[in-house]
Design a protein around this ligand. Sequence first.
Ligand code: XMP
Length: 500
Amino acid sequence: MKRTLQNLNEVVQIMGTQTFRNKIWNPAQAATFNDVILLPGWTSIEPDEANVSTYITPTIQLNIPFASSPMDTVTEESMAIALARQGGIGFIHRNCDIETHLKMVKRVKRAESYIMSDVITIEEEKTVAQAIEIMKSENIHGLPVLDAHGHIVGICTWRDVRFADNNLLVKDIMTRDVITANKDISIDEAKKLLHKHRIEKLPVVDNGKLIGLITIKDLILKGQFPNSSRDEEGALLCGAAISPFDLERAKALDKFVDLFITDVAHFHSKNCFEACKVLLKEIESPIIVGSVGTYEAALDCITKLEGIQGLRAGIGSGSICSTAIVTRAGSPTLFATASCADAVKETGAKTPIIADGGIKNPGDVALALAVGASVCMMGNVFAGTKESPGRLVALEGRYYKQYYGMGSEAAKQKRYALDRYSQPSKIIAEGVEGWVPYRGPLVETVQQFVGGLKAAMGYAGAKTIPELWVKAKLAVVTPAGSKELSPHDIFLPGNSQLKS
Ligand code: XMP
């Protein structure tokens, strides 16, 4: 039988020269965003010239270094669409059944694309009532009609069904002369065809079989958001959270999503590593792993999990986290990011780091990037925007949106993300619930954050994010200094944007 330690004397051999006092006297300096400041450096650039594009995996580029947290009060399809249009990426939360998760991801991927490949169709023998039901549930106004062999034989639009007898068949009311395009059609040729025939939808066919759909709406939207982050087919990028233990969900989403992020509070564990190895074997989409908080965890991920595409860094810094209060365990995001960055640098891995938790303003973004992050993940900041799913309420004359942690009672009641935390945490809460000030449309917050980040890059003299990694110098500030470095000795009436 394995012997357990009975007495402190018995640990002598295991601890070697390490002492208990050293744990207190020589601890790691787990600095937080509030402990440091970005020192101004020699600059030859104007903030406007700073380039904030980045990579979230070694091959997936973003035009702004922002991702939204996979939380059910932050990222559903509206947030993911809005953030991708601005050049970032949203990670759809997993606190729902697989079907709902898949529906949300598909809505993002279908929101706009050059050639939409996942086309919703209807068979010619179906009824008008069934066509109406599909159009309503999918929020679309036109369905390509297929025969039994999958060949396109017509198109059925809202105009065709609106006043039609519900019992008629689709083949009785559809438009039969369908203008189609070949799969190699260019955007300009597609625009000309749509204009010439005054149509809104152009099915794309290969040997008579439907392989995609070009819509006028998508072409217009593409022009409206030139900075958006897109896949090779022109669809908006979309991420999804998964549990390392939920292979079924990962498999269901794999074909549609651009990348996964594992969503567990403490990824550096035997169980998570074993489960992740299976995911890496079975799943094709890139996988970012986390949350991790230490150099050792990052090193283990890089060396033992071949094929991971990113590290999610930070444990306990989130604005809704109570992990560090309940357990006194955690790794503040700034410290976690720098620790992971050292492991990446030393191993020569090409693994981007996503700094996650505790980011309140553009300056925190600059600090996280300065210590090696490629992307910043935000929950609180985005939870306050119009596009978040949280409820909007008026309290004492101001608007707020609901925001809660994934370890809070509110999130746990939905029961789909319980394995984010360990067994004991299922009976204690590691997150809180509350309200964040309403910030209006996401675009305004993104503009504020991009502007602030570019200004910080100007101070640091860095034209790009990789230049910031090299050039940025930080200094520690005392709590008194921190106070002096925020607006002080002035009455600020309810200014929610200035958070130190
Ligand atoms: P912010 O500060 O942006 O942080 O609101 C969002 C991040 O916090 C993590 N998260 C949690 N951590 N208990 C925790 O300890 C929770 O209930 C919880 N919910 C979310 C997560 O990493 C998120 O991106």
